[in-house]
Write a protein that binds this ligand. Structure first.
Ligand code: PMP
Length: 360
C-alpha cells in the first residue's frame, strides 16, 4: 500500500463548483451572473491585451524564473528593490511556500476562523498544529490571537480585508497587534483585496514592512487587476525574509504570459481606481438594500459582501441560482445562514438585488 501522510488522508480535495455553462444547461437559462469567486466583473486593463499581442513569444522556452520584467514593474510601482518581492502562481502559492518553509509537526500556527481556508489547509499538510481564534462580528480578535502565540508558534495569519467577512483591520489595531508578536514568529498579512480598500483608518503596509523584519504582505493580480486566470500573486517583505522563502519556490512557478500580463496591469492604475469606485458604489447600494430589508451584513472593504438571510444558506443559494445568479453559500464559509456575494457591475448589482427582493 502506498504511503500517504495521515494528515493528508483526512483532507478533502478542492471541489470546483459547477461551471457557468453547466448551470446554464441545467436550468435552461441563457444568462448567468457569476458572483461566487470575487473576480473582477470589469475584466482587466485593456493594456494587458495590447501588451500580450505586441510580444511574439517563444512558447518552447521556459519563462524567466526570476520574473525580471514583472519584478521591475513591481519595483517601479512600490519604489522598493526587487529583492523585496517573491512571485507566486497566485497568492495561494505564496501561502503554500510560507507553509512549506516554516511549518512542521513541531510548530503551531495561529489564524482567525472563519478566514481564507488555504492557511489551515497548508498548515495541516505540513503537520503543524492549527490554533483558530474565532472572529468577533466578522473581525479578527487580535488580542486573543496575540495571546495564543507561544514559543512553538512559527506563523500567524492575518487577512485584511478578511475573506469571507470583508472586514478590514485598522492602523491602530494592527500596529498594536504586531507589537505584541515576538520576533521568532512570522506575521503573514494577506491583502488579496487591498486595491478595493477605501477605509480611512487603514494602515500603510509598506511602512510596516520597513519596520518589522518578521512581516510579509501578500497581494494578488487575481482580484482588482482582473487576472485570476493567469495566476499571479506576490509577497513583499524585507530581503532576509524573502531569501528564506526563495529555496522553496519552484524555479518556473509563474508562467511567461502571466508575468507579462501582470507587469502591464500594474502600470494601469486608472483602471484600478475605476474598479475601486464602481465597487464602492455597488457596496453602498447593497448596504442600503440590506438595511431597508432588515438583512444583516458585515461592513466590507473587499469586492464582496456577506449577507445574513436568517434562513438556510443553501436554500437561498438555490433560489438565486434559479434566477441566474451564482453566489457562494455560507455553509462552507462558517456562516450557514449567509451568502457571500461578489459586487458586480452596476447592472449586475441591480439584477442581484431585484432577484433577492423577489425571493425574501
Ligand atoms: N487570499 C485571499 C483572502 C483570497 O480570498 C484569495 C482568493 N480567493 C487568495 C488569497 C488567493 O488568491 P490567488 O491565489 O488567486 O492570488
Amino acid at each position: 500500500m502506498m504511503y500517504i501522510k495521515d494528515q493528508v488522508k483526512k483532507l478533502t480535495p478542492y471541489k470546483p463548483g459547477k461551471t457557468v455553462d453547466e448551470v446554464k444547461k441545467e436550468l435552461g437559462l441563457s444568462e448567468i451572473i457569476k458572483l461566487a469567486s470575487n473576480e473582477n466583473p470589469f475584466g482587466c486593463s485593456e493594456k494587458v491585451g495590447q501588451e500580450l499581442t505586441a510580444h511574439a513569444m517563444n512558447y518552447a522556452i521556459y519563462p524567466d524564473g526570476g520574473g525580471s520584467v514583472l519584478r521591475q514593474a513591481l519595483t517601479e510601482f512600490y519604489q522598493l528593490p526587487g529583492e523585496q518581492f517573491i512571485l507566486g502562481n497566485g497568492s495561494d502559492e505564496i501561502i503554500q511556500i510560507i507553509s512549506r518553509a516554516m511549518l512542521d509537526s513541531s510548530k503551531n500556527t495561529v489564524m482567525a476562523a472563519p478566514t481564507f481556508p488555504q492557511y489551515k489547509h497548508n498548515a495541516v499538510i505540513e503537520g503543524a498544529k492549527v490554533i483558530e481564534v474565532p472572529l468577533i462580528d466578522g473581525r479578527h480578535d487580535l488580542n486573543k490571537m496575540a495571546s495564543a502565540v507561544d514559543q512553538d508558534t512559527a506563523v500567524v495569519w492575518v487577512c485584511s480585508p478578511n475573506n469571507p467577512t470583508g472586514v478590514s483591520i485598522s492602523d491602530q489595531d494592527l500596529k498594536h497587534f504586531i507589537e505584541q508578536i515576538p520576533d521568532h514568529v512570522v506575521i503573514v498579512l494577506d491583502e488579496a483585496y487591498f486595491e478595493y480598500v477605501t477605509a480611512a483608518d487603514y494602515y500603510d503596509a509598506l511602512e510596516l514592512i520597513r519596520k518589522y523584519p518578521n512581516l510579509i504582505v501578500t497581494r494578488t493580480f487575481s482580484k482588482a487587476y482582473g487576472l485570476a486566470g493567469f495566476r499571479v500573486g506576490y509577497g513583499i517583505a524585507q530581503p532576509s525574509l524573502i531569501q528564506a522563502l526563495e529555496p522553496v519556490r519552484e524555479p518556473f512557478n509563474t508562467n511567461a504570459l502571466a508575468q507579462l500580463a501582470a507587469a502591464a496591469a500594474i502600470k494601469d492604475q486608472s483602471f484600478i481606481q475605476h474598479c475601486r469606485e464602481q465597487n464602492r458604489n455597488g457596496i453602498e447600494k447593497f448596504e442600503r438594500f440590506c438595511t431597508e430589508h432588515n438583512l444583516g451584513f458585515f461592513p466590507t472593504q473587499g469586492n464582496f459582501i456577506l449577507v445574513h438571510f436568517n434562513k438556510d444558506a443553501n436554500v437561498m443559494f438555490e433560489a438565486l441560482m434559479r434566477k441566474g445568479i451564482i453566489a457562494r453559500s455560507g455553509h462552507a464559509l462558517g456562516y450557514p445562514e449567509s451568502l457571500r456575494i461578489t459586487i458586480g457591475t452596476e447592472e449586475q448589482v441591480n439584477k442581484t438585488l431585484k432577484a433577492i427582493e423577489e425571493i425574501i
